[in-house]
Design a protein around this ligand. Structure first.
Ligand SMILES: Cc1cc2nc3c(=O)[nH]c(=O)nc-3n(C[C@H](O)[C@H](O)[C@H](O)COP(=O)(O)OP(=O)(O)OC[C@H]3O[C@@H](n4cnc5c(N)ncnc54)[C@H](O)[C@@H]3O)c2cc1C
Length: 302
């Protein structure tokens, strides 16, 4: 049965043969057979049932800010939850505020909404792109904190299309990872915030954003840090000390500004980025004896 017929009963917006380069911060990735924006949990559930029944490969793409999608594209369904965009205060007392947030809400939008309300706890997200769902999946963070510090409960859907809820603690998270989302799609979360001073928060956030602009090559498409920092080291420093800054394959290059960034100089292919990643791992191992592990998620064609 053709994919177009399988998905025909759904009310959600579907883009056919949609170039993934349009949906990733690296601006790489060939066409996905179908790129779908489920409009609510009922539609998402129906979609997952169809995917399960017809054994269709699927991939959840948030804002695409931590991904290398293959040049060949994706044979299956790419799911984007940007319509799960609700932000709702569900509890307030003297100490804490609980906010229910859709997985598709952009982190920067949530951060500035929160400051506007006088709620603190999200300042660590200053300048971190992407959706809340992708952020929780990655346990995204900075030296100011990570999602593990504020996440209370997760709303998910499994491959049978059933809704699930799970209370979570710091123990469910690790460095840029978590243990609850395997084969599940996150629809939203409850985040725990507290009261703060609007002006002070805004000052902190503005300073952090300015600092990030000064050291990150934000004028070229990139994915943020390519590698995790190995215990006791900074990946960027290891790469720089191995003489790799400026190393180029095709139109991709290790940034001359920051060793842990790869930039797309214009027209780079995913395979160029992957080749740089492999070379950097090999050279850093040879020069420093340290094994680098990717933070960026590389999706392979098969
Ligand atoms: C300029 C720049 C700076 C960055 N700085 C930082 C930083 O300081 N700290 C940091 O931690 N990261 C940083 N990143 C990386 C990236 O922004 C984060 O990892 C971000 O949280 C990814 O969110 P996303 O929506 O883009 O997810 P995507 O890149 O789209 O997806 C990432 C992973 O999450 C999964 N996923 C996404 N949404 C869902 C969902 N709803 N349910 C289940 N799985 C899902 C995807 O399948 C994929 O495996 C940076 C990236 C850039 C481009």
């Amino acid at each position: 049965m053709k994919l177009v017929d399988i998905l025909s009963g759904l009310q959600s917006k579907i883009l056919w043969n949609e170039p993934l380069a349009l949906h990733t911060s690296f601006k790489v990735g060939g066409p996905a057979d179908a790129f779908i924006y489920p409009k609510n949990s009922v539609e998402l559930s129906q979609l997952m049932k169809k995917i399960d029944e017809h054994k269709i490969p699927y991939f959840v793409l948030g804002d695409g800010s931590n991904l290398v999608m293959p040049d060949e594209g994706y044979r299956g369904v790419v799911i984007n939850l940007s319509l799960f965009d609700e932000i709702k205060i569900i509890h307030k007392d003297d100490e804490k505020i609980l906010v229910k947030v859709g997985a598709g809400v952009l982190k920067q939008k949530l951060l500035f909404w929160s400051i506007e309300q006088g709620f603190s706890g999200l300042e660590f997200l200053a300048g971190v792109p992407g959706q809340v769902g992708g952020g929780i999946f990655m346990n995204a963070g900075t030296k100011g904190g990570s999602f593990c510090d504020i996440t209370e409960k997760i709303f998910m859907i499994n491959t049978n299309g059933e809704l699930e809820e799970q209370l979570v603690t710091k123990e469910n998270f690790s460095y840029r990872s978590q243990n609850f989302c395997k084969n599940k799609i996150m629809m939203g979360a409850i985040l725990r915030l507290h009261y703060g001073d609007k002006e002070k928060m805004m000052e902190v956030v503005k300073t952090v954003i300015a600092e990030r602009k000064a050291i990150q090559p934000l004028n070229f498409p990139n994915c943020g840090s390519v590698f995790k920092n190995p215990k006791g080291y900074y990946a960027g420093k290891l790469i720089e000390d191995a003489g790799l800054k400026g190393y180029r394959v095709g139109h991709a290059q290790i940034s001359t500004k920051h060793g842990n960034f790869i930039v797309n100089l214009g027209g780079a292919a995913a395979k160029d980025i992957v080749a740089i990643i492999e070379h950097a791992k090999k050279r850093v191992k040879e020069v420093h004896g340290v094994t680098l592990e990717e933070e960026v998620i590389i999706v392979h064609k098969d």
